[in-house]
Design a protein around this ligand. Structure first.
Ligand SMILES: [Zn+2]
Length: 500
């Protein structure tokens, strides 16, 4: 017995030693992978690519250097995919599929970043363009918006290529260079090129909403919010002109006072709240998670419509889902303390809900102000609200499965995306547009976008890469699960051929 125990002990010891060393090797490989991907992202962060409204060539060198960098960092992509430079700075890669009958897929991301405010320089813990890798994070401008997705997509393709994967469906990788200033010269031109080639896409996957955790009050579960619609945007300006003069004998109404009253009137007359099909889908999913009263109310939506809208209006985040929102962003008047300004102006940014347009928005604004002394004019580009992507399609199902594979705790929920991305330029090529960033985001992380100390956890970044690998396999063939949709179900129950 003693001998047996000794033997047993020996076996257990050896086994556990093996286990430990095996684990260590796995861990090391894991560490090496983390290091490689972190360095790839860091390299891209170090190349400054700010897009500027005033100067189209602002970071010319940066964009060209980034092209060279990507070619070096992803040698298989460089070798096996067709690469086109569009409008000098944007990139379009084509990964040719084996089945030409399948409509291609487009993965969209942008290479440009927003500038670093000079005043914020001192607040950055790590310099914004150093690409520091520290405390498990890659730091710097573009780590959350949107260079990490450029690198994640390329890394996913590089890995699939290294494994000999060949898509059945053609895949485009479209990387714009001016998303932050509207995307007309980047994604806009890529879209034109594809349209000229008579290409229709199966779907576009772009940045957008994310997997949220602890963001929505009362919802503990992780929610993978997929943007299936996006709000439109426009800017308008209010201008009031006066006589000017010395401030010792002011008229009854000065330009600043008239303008102020107009601003208050807009605040007091918000756009009407309204339930869109997309938000109703979101609300239904949420109610199911919350259960109880909420679920009952949503199930009897037509009865409780008013109450539900009222509830959503209470939080600024959910209020944005049910109405067009406007807010003043620039205010200008006066230069000296004893001189009345001749002109006072205010600029507003508007986010337009589906079902409205520039005309209806401007009508509401003029009516709310109702003052001839206030000149109201739209300025700059107008982006209409996006078409709504339907969710009863195989491609949405494939996206849903991909999300569940990588974020098993998350529940996939369609939702309205309040901003605009490059996706808006592809609405002529497909009705299946999905705005989704494959990462878990809480309030703290969400605040880092366009802000100081922008950074991404390396583990989060690794998950993004994994997501795009899974998404490509789930949507572009070869993986047997995805073939199910095309297979006659009876085939599945026929006995398989056996050897011999
Ligand atoms: Zn972005």
């Amino acid at each position: 017995m003693g001998r047996f125990f000794k033997l047993l002990l020996f076996v257990v010891l050896v086994a556990s030693v093996n286990l430990v060393s095996a684990q260590r090797i796995v861990l090391n490989e894991h560490q090496i992978q983390r290091k490689i991907i972190a360095e790839k992202l860091s390299g891209a962060i170090q190349i400054q690519t700010v897009s500027s409204v005033n100067d189209a060539d602002y970071n010319k060198e940066g964009f060209l250097n980034l092209h060279l960098y990507l070619a070096e960092a992803f040698p298989l992509v460089q070798k096996k995919l067709r690469k086109e430079v569009i409008n000098e700075y944007s990139l379009l890669y084509t990964w040719q599929g084996t089945k030409s009958a399948l409509k291609p897929l487009l993965l969209s991301a942008h290479m440009d970043v927003v500038p670093v405010e000079e005043a914020s320089g001192g607040e950055w813990q790590e310099k914004p363009y150093h690409g520091s890798i520290k405390d498990g994070y890659v730091w710097g401008r573009g780590t959350l918006d949107d260079k990490y997705r450029v690198i994640a997509i390329l890394q996913a393709v590089e890995r699939l290529l290294s494994e000999g994967y060949q898509p059945e469906r053609t895949i485009y990788l479209a990387f714009g260079h001016d998303e932050e200033i509207g995307g007309e010269n980047g994604a806009g031109k890529i879209s034109e090129v594809l349209e000229k080639r008579n290409i229709k896409l199966e779907a576009v996957f772009d940045e957008g909403l994310a997997v949220v955790e602890d963001v929505i009050p009362g919802v503990k579960q992780q929610l993978a919010l997929v943007g299936t619609a996006a709000k439109g945007t426009l800017n308008f300006k209010l201008t009031v002109k006066g006589e000017g003069g010395h401030s010792s004998a002011p008229p009854k109404d000065s330009p600043i006072e008239i303008l102020s009253r107009a601003i208050i009137r807009l605040q007091e007359n918000p756009f009407k709240s309204r339930m869109t099909t997309t938000t109703l889908e979101t609300v239904e999913a949420m109610a199911e998670i919350m259960g109880g009263k909420q679920q009952f109310a949503v199930r009897h939506y037509w009865l409780f419509k008013g109450k539900i809208l009222k509830m959503l209006a209470q939080d600024q985040a959910t209020d944005a889902l049910i109405r067009t929102k406007m807010t003043p962003t620039i205010l200008q008047a006066g230069q000296k303390d004893n001189v009345m300004p001749r002109v006072a102006s205010a600029t507003f940014n508007v986010r337009i809900l589906n079902g409205e347009d520039d005309k209806s928005v401007m009508r509401h604004i003029r009516k709310a102000i109702s003052d001839d002394r206030v000149q109201v004019e739209m300025y700059g580009d107008y982006t209409p609200p996006s078409p709504v992507t339907v969710t009863n399609t195989w491609i949405y199902g494939a996206l849903q499965n991909s999300i569940k594979d990588v974020f098993p705790k998350a529940r996939v929920v369609p939702a309205l995306f309040p901003g605009g991305t490059d996706a808006k330029h592809y609405t002529n090529l497909t009705t299946n547009i999905f705005r989704f960033a494959p990462q878990v985001v809480n309030r703290e992380i969400a605040q880092l976008v366009h802000n100081v100390n922008e950074r991404i956890a390396i583990d989060v970044f690794a998950t993004c890469i994994q997501f795009y690998e899974v998404l490509i396999q789930n949507t572009c063939g070869v993986d047997p699960d995805t073939l199910l949709a095309d297979t006659d179900l009876d085939d599945l129950f026929e006995p398989e051929d056996t050897e011999g």
